[in-house]
Design a protein around this ligand. Sequence first.
Ligand code: ATP
Ligand code: MG
Length: 653
Amino acid sequence: MNALHADAVYPPSDETVARAHVNAAKYQEMYDASMNDPEGFWGEQGKRIDWIKPFTQVKDVNYGFGNVSINWYADGTLNVSANCIDRHLDTRGDQTAIIWEPDDPNEDAQHITYKELHRRTCRMANILESMGVRKGDRVVIYLPMIPEAAYAMLACARIGAIHSIVFAGFSPDALAARVNGCDAKVIITADEAPRGGRKTPLKSNADAALLHTKDTVKCLVVKRTGGQTTWVDGRDYDYNEMALEADDYCKPAEMNAEDPLFILYTSGSTGQPKGVVHTSGGYLTYAALTHEITFDYHDGDIYWCTADVGWVTGHSYIVYGPLANGATTLMFEGVPTYPDASRFWQVCEKHKVNQFYTAPTALRALMGQGNSWVEKCDLSDLKVLGTVGEPINPEAWTWYNEVVGKGKCPIVDTWWQTETGGHLMTPLPGAHAMKPGAAMKPFFGIQPVVLDPQSGAEIEGNDVEGVLCIKDSWPGQMRTVWGDHERFEKTYFSDYKGYYFTGDGCRRDADGDYWITGRVDDVINVSGHRMGTAEVESALVAHAAVAEAAVVGYPHEIKGQGIYCYVTLMNDREPSDELLKELRTWVRTEIGPIASPDVIQWAPGLPKTRSGKIMRRILRKIAENDFGSLGDTSTLADPSVVEDLIENRANKG
Ligand code: ATP
Ligand code: MG
C-alpha cells in the first residue's frame, strides 16, 4: 500500500449495515426515486416536518441567470421552533435535548430536557418581543457555545425574527459589519466567553461594535462568567434578570416556508464573506433528513458535532437537524486541546457519544500529539465518525479510522457548504464503502456534474476531473445573498449557465465515486498539467516529519505556474536543507515528477479562518510577492502568522 492509502477501500461491517436506516439497495432505490420523481420524493420527505398549513406545491425553481429563484413547499406554513421542540413534548418531554459540556471540565455539565428547552426558548422569545423584536426583524447572536445560544436561535425562529450568528471569536469590527449588514435591531451577547481556559470579553467587544452601529441597536446580555461589564442604561438588557419574570409560554408564529430563518456569512476562505440566506421549510426538511441518514442517527443515540454555532455546521447539525429529529445533541464550549489533547475523547467517554462529527483541522492537530491521548479513553460507544470543512488528507483519515474508530466506525466525509444548508455528498454508513479522502456519493436528490472548466461542457463517464456543479435544486439550498440578489446570481449561476456552481473542483474516479480536489481557484497548472492542491498537500502530510502543509501556485517563467509549498513540521523536527531535499523527492515519488515542489517555505503556522480552514488566497499573494493586497482578512484567526510568513518568505528560484 502506498503512503497515501489512496487505493484503499473500506466496506461497512455487517453490524453497521444491519443497524443502518439505509443500506446499499435502499440507497439506490431512494436515490433513483429522487431522480425520477423529485416532486414525489421531496413531497414525501416534506412530511417529516409538522406544517401548520400543509403545502400543496413542492418545488418551483428557476436556475436561469438573470431570473434565479428557488422555492420549496412555497404555500406551506410552519414554525421551525415548534418543529424542534413543541412536537416532541408529548413523546419525549423528559428526554435530554441538549447536553452541555463547559470549557472547564471541573464545571458541571448540563442536561436540558425538551420540556426545559421549551420553557427557556419561550422566555427568550418573550424577552425579545418585549424589546421590540417583530416578525422579519434581524437579531445578531454573538454568544459562547452555551445553551442560551440554542435558546436564542430557537426564540428568533419562534417569533419569526431572522438570526445572524457571529462567531464569538470575531473582532468588534467584524461584528459591527455584520450588524450593519443586516440592519439588526438587537445583539444578543454574554459577559465573557471562556474558551481553552481563556476568556474573551464579549460584552466589551459588543460595546466597541455598538459605537459603529445605529444608536437604536439594543443589547441583550447573558451572564456566563459574572465578569465585570460596563452598562448603558436603556440600551443594555439583563437577560438573567428578565428571564425570571418572562412568561413560560410564547405562541409560535405562523411562518411561510420561504420566510428567511437565518442569515449566515461564509467562512471567507476565498474572498469577502457572503451573507447566505436560508429559509424555513425546505431548510429544516433537508437538515433533518441528512442528519438522520448521514449519521445513521437512532432514537436514544448521543450525538456530538464539535462545530461552533457560528458556522453553518453548528446551525444544521448541532441545533436544527438534531432537534427536529428529537435527538440528544451535545454542545461543547471548549477546544480540543484544553486542558489537554485528550479532551475530545474524554467528553466522548463521559457522555457515551455514539456519533462524533469534527473537522480535519482538529484531527490533524490531535494526530500530531500522539495516540496515547486517545488510547487512554473508552471510546466503545462510538458508532459513526464524521468530518467536514476541508478535504481530509488520507493520512488523517487513516488515523481517525484506526486510532479513534478502532477500525469499526464508518467515517462520513461530508462535503457541503454554507450555501447548501446540508450535506450534498457523503458516503452513508451502512450503504457505501469508504475511500480515505473521498466524498463518494451524492445525497438523495443531488445531481453532481463535472464540467470542463473552459468550455463548461459536462464531462461524461468515469475517471474524469473538472469543475463541480449541481444540476437542479434541493430543499436546503440558499435562496439569495442578503440584500444582494445580483451577487447571488453572479457568484453561483453566471460562470456555468443553468447549474449551481460550487467553486470546488472534483474528480469522479474509475468507480464513479467523487473526490473533492479543492477550490477551483486553487487548481494549479504546471506545464499544462492541472493539479489540485489537495493532492500535493496530502503527499506532504504523509511524510512523518510534516504536521501540516498548504500548497499554492505562483507565476513561473517556464512552467506557467510553479508549486509553492508552506510546510509546518512536527513539534520534534527542525528545518534543514536535507529535509527540504527529502520532501521534494518524497512528493516526486508519491505523485510524480510533475508535482515536484519548486519552493518549500517552513511555516511555523498557516493562515486559517476562524473555523480552521487554510486561507490559500493569502498564501498565494505571499508566494506572488504581492503583499499590498491581501484582500479581506477579517475572518483570519491569527494575523501574526501572516506577518511571519511575509518576513520569512522563501527566495524563489
Ligand atoms: P468562502 O465561501 O467565504 O470562501 P468557505 O467556502 O470556506 O468560505 P464554507 O461554506 O464554510 O465557506 O465552506 C465550504 C467549503 O469547504 C466547500 O466549498 C469546500 O471547499 C470545503 N469543504 C467542506 N467540506 C468538505 C469536504 N468534506 N471535503 C472537501 N472539501 C470540503
Ligand atoms: Mg465557499
